[in-house]
Design a protein around this ligand. Structure first.
Ligand SMILES: Cc1cc2nc3c(=O)[nH]c(=O)nc-3n(C[C@H](O)[C@H](O)[C@H](O)COP(=O)(O)OP(=O)(O)OC[C@H]3O[C@@H](n4cnc5c(N)ncnc54)[C@H](O)[C@@H]3O)c2cc1C
Length: 294
């Protein structure tokens, strides 16, 4: 049986941040791109705000995810009918998927703790579902997940690994990106300082509990009204890599700060809109700032 976590990634084509000499070198590679049938093998709650669903199955014998901000595209059953419409592998064992000619319910999630299931030898990983106030098919599934439930998972297509050379990382995240933040904290060297600014209102105790589970020395501070102001206060020096993810509109001032005020090199930061208030199934490839698309 293949050791899923140990799959060597295929190298990416050269980009600045893929120069091993760079302080912000990330490395990474591409993975076999396919659709995998996933079964729920465990359900738990790391904190009350999240449901953790463990997924595994025979299709995961070669599943790999080596980057902290990797994502999988998860296909959910219709909450009303229970019907799951999803892609299938193009040809068994090869790259590619075939999409059915029917509407599908898919959302992006962070694969956490990729590993090999000791009992079966199959690859396994966790998805942490935030229980938000306006649940679509994803949050609804998470709230009611039970052993044996079936999903289809596509990706990750590739991984960009955590930088191993930066003295400090600054993570600016709302709860949808807490899983990614916990991967960042776990996947940088122990010598890398990890500061987290959380876009959470009110009591931060649950955020601290969640974010310190993988590394207990991370600092956690509130983002407040304007995430850019919080980052100005925290400071970004030449050795700091910044990862920001969460509600897309909230990231606009942060993007302006990093790009135009601080003029950081592109390799020194990564921003991603994980959802958008009022929009179901927000596409994270859409520009964060519609007034200033990339
Ligand atoms: C790369 C990537 C990784 C992600 N990883 C995770 C992850 O690990 N865990 C996780 O929980 N989410 C994660 N997300 C975010 C998740 O995909 C979205 O929150 C998604 O919209 C949830 O789907 P849904 O079916 O519950 O709601 P949808 O059907 O998409 O939306 C229904 C309504 O809920 C609103 N909504 C969506 N998300 C939220 C929210 N967080 N808070 C309040 N309202 C919301 C929408 O604006 C819409 O009005 C990730 C997104 C990306 C792009």
């Amino acid at each position: 049986m293949t050791d899923a976590a140990a799959q060597p990634p295929r190298p990416l084509a050269g980009r600045a941040e893929d120069d091993p000499a760079s302080r912000f070198f990330r490395g990474g590679g591409r993975h076999r791109f396919t659709a995998r049938e996933a079964f729920v093998t465990a359900v738990s709650q790391p904190v009350a705000e999240f449901v953790r669903v463990t997924l595994s199955g025979p299709d995961f014998h070669d599943f790999a995810s080596t980057g902290p901000s990797d994502h999988v595209r998860v296909f959910f059953p219709d909450p009303a009918t229970g019907e799951l419409v999803a892609p299938r592998p193009a040809t068994e064992g090869e790259d590619g998927i075939v999409r059915p000619d029917a509407p599908m319910l898919a959302r992006d999630f962070t694969p956490l703790n990729p590993r090999v299931d000791e009992a079966t030898g199959y690859g396994a990983f966790d998805l942490d579902f935030l229980l938000h106030a306006d649940p679509g098919p994803a949050a609804a599934f998470g709230a009611q997940a039970k052993l044996g439930d079936r999903l289809v998972v596509v990706g990750p297509r590739g991984s960009k690994n955590a930088t191993q050379n930066a003295p400090r990382i600054l993570l600016v995240v709302d709860p949808t990106a807490f899983p990614a933040a916990s991967r960042w904290a776990a996947e940088v060297p122990a010598s890398t300082r990890v500061d987290v600014i959380v876009d959470v209102a009110g009591d931060l105790a649950w955020a601290e509990t969640y974010l310190r589970a993988t590394r207990d020395d991370v600092t956690v501070t509130a983002g407040g009204a304007d995430l850019a102001d919080a980052v100005r206060t925290a400071g970004v020096d030449a050795g700091t890599f910044v990862f920001g993810a969460g509600e897309a509109s909230r990231l606009i001032p942060l993007r302006r700060l990093l790009r135009y005020e601080l003029e950081l090199p592109r390799a020194q930061f990564a921003l991603s809109g994980y959802w958008k208030r009022g929009a179901a199934a927000f596409d994270h490839h859409a520009p964060i700032d519609p007034a200033d698309p990339d």
